[in-house]
Design a protein around this ligand. Structure first.
Ligand SMILES: CC(C)(COP(=O)(O)OP(=O)(O)OC[C@H]1O[C@@H](n2cnc3c(N)ncnc32)[C@H](O)[C@@H]1OP(=O)(O)O)[C@@H](O)C(=O)NCCC(=O)NCCS
Length: 176
């Protein structure tokens, strides 16, 4: 089992996060989208988001040689918007390098997000999942709301699955 550690991302991770997004999305989205769609969308969605990197709400996984092998996070804002809705958090830019799939990196990053979001008063996570990632989010306890689309800055319309998950602290003060 490969070793990895999770830490909060910084703006210095921009290049390495873009590399993980590129490696992951370009290979793992192939079964769900046709080649012409991917050629239009991949250049737009494989660039690390500077605002997320600086937010303290975005995480990276690094291997024993400190290479980045996974990333993901959350934001109070809906992707592409500035406003936020009280109690709602949005899952953002999850990716695991194809050589490190299935060893728990995505789940470990999600757990960091959930713990942090609960402290921040979030009670529901919303996720615009790529079609290929729906089983991953289902395994994390998300429910499928239904198919929808995202209009990219290029005008391209990208089919995705909206998913959501109620989150809440299980901690209870037992008195004493
Ligand atoms: C989705 C993704 C991040 C999952 O990463 P990962 O590190 O391999 O996930 P984990 O190993 O932590 O798996 C967590 C759980 O999800 C399940 N899972 C992950 N991918 C799955 C798949 N394709 N089908 C079924 N189950 C899957 C695992 O079995 C595991 O279940 P368990 O913990 O109950 O045993 C990775 O496949 C990826 O980078 N995909 C391409 C990028 C992408 O589409 N990202 C989503 C953008 S919205």
């Amino acid at each position: 089992m490969p070793e990895y550690a999770i830490r909060v991302a910084t703006t210095a991770d921009h290049h390495a996060v873009s590399n993980v997004l590129t490696q992951s999305y370009s290979r793992l989205m192939q079964p769900a989208y046709d080649a012409s769609m991917l050629s239009r969308v991949l250049p737009l969605i494989t660039q690390a988001n500077p605002k997320l990197l600086a937010s303290g709400l975005y995480y990276v996984a690094q291997d024993a040689e400190d290479a980045l092998v996974g990333c993901g996070g959350w934001s109070p804002e809906q992707p592409g918007e500035d406003g936020s809705q009280q109690g709602v958090g949005h899952i953002r830019h999850f990716a695991t390098h194809p050589d490190f799939l299935g060893v728990g990196i995505g789940r470990a990053i999600y757990q960091q997000c959930e713990t942090q979001a609960i402290v921040a008063g979030i009670v529901r996570f919303v996720c615009y999942s790529s079609l290929n990632a729906e089983p991953f989010y289902t395994a994390l306890g998300f429910n499928t709301v239904g198919p929808t689309t995202v209009r990219m800055s290029s005008g391209c319309v990208f089919p995705i699955m909206q998913m959501q998950r109620t989150i809440k602290s299980t901690w209870r003060f037992s008195g004493g």
